[in-house]
Write a protein that binds this ligand. Structure first.
Ligand code: DGL
Length: 267
């Protein structure tokens, strides 16, 4: 493993490409390997044991590809499986929870932070813990939004149905008068315009992708593992099922640069 080794990026499916995109934009010289565990998605409704098992398998696979650092783009895995992932990956691991919590406290004026995510992420209380560790006086309110992932995957990113689902899910956060909301799931950045409309202009939306990419850059620099300036990073994609579907949707998000998606099945 050296500075030219790739960074691994992992998600339960396609959603983590939101994080991949920011990493690629900020660090074009770094090589990136993305793994979407499409055979097991969604993680958000699975048990903690299953989430840890699937996540460790992916981490072991990426470790075998010689990565120098692993970014866990999936909020559900970051919430439940970081210790298991760290054990399997044997390289530095960055999850999205702490960067997201820091980002929220950075923009919240009154320290009242809302969190939305999958059922598993909300149940874990991981964001609340991270926020309280950074600011004892902060107050939090959370809401699971299980229908958002399938809506985004169907391409329903706006319109009447999404808006009425959002109104229902976000009502408790509005009642708690939060002033910042963490988009605690890889898919939610696609719904930003609807969420912003429903929550109103005084609520700031926090997408942890930027903050996570910044932290990745900083850690690599501290470890002396940044790729040399001017290098041209490679991009590789793996999926554990239906790679053609993954490729079609990934091209919609990242453009024609996604030329090949390899399949890796876990037996
Ligand atoms: N990637 C998951 C997350 O960020 C959302 C999709 C799923 O449930 O697997 O929590």
């Amino acid at each position: 493993m050296n500075e030219r080794s790739p960074i691994g990026v992992f998600d339960s499916g396609l959603g983590g490409l939101t994080v991949f995109k920011v990493l690629a934009r900020r660090m074009p010289e770094e090589s990136l390997i993305y793994f979407g565990d499409t055979a097991h998605v969604p993680y958000g409704s699975k048990s903690p044991e299953a989430i840890a098992r699937f996540s460790s398998e992916v981490a072991r696979f990426l470790a075998g590809r010689g990565i120098k650092l692993l970014v866990v783009a999936c909020n559900t895995s970051s919430a439940w499986a970081l210790p298991a992932i760290r054990k399997a990956a044997k390289v530095p691991v960055i999850g999205v929870i702490e960067p997201g919590a820091r980002g929220a406290l950075g923009v919240s004026r009154g320290g009242r932070v809302g969190i939305i995510g999958t059922e598993a992420t909300v149940k874990s209380g991981a964001y609340e813990k991270a926020i309280k560790a950074l600011s004892k006086g902060a107050r939090t309110a959370s809401a699971a939004c299980p229908l958002f992932v399938p809506l985004v995957e169907e391409g329903w990113w706006s319109g009447e149905v999404v808006e009425s689902v959002a109104r229902k899910y976000l009502a408790p956060l509005k009642k708690a008068r939060v002033d910042a909301v963490i988009l605690g799931c890889t898919h939610y950045p696609y719904l930003k315009p609807v969420l912003a409309r429903v929550l109103g202009p005084r609520v700031r939306l926090v997408d942890s992708a930027e903050e996570t990419a910044r932290e990745t850059e900083m850690i690599l620099r501290d470890l002396g593992l940044r790729a040399p300036r001017g290098a041209r990073g490679r991009r590789e994609f793996y999926a554990s099922d239906a790679p053609e579907r993954f490729k079609r949707l990934a091209r919609r998000m990242l453009g024609p640069g996604v030329s090949r998606v390899r399949m890796h099945r876990f037996d």
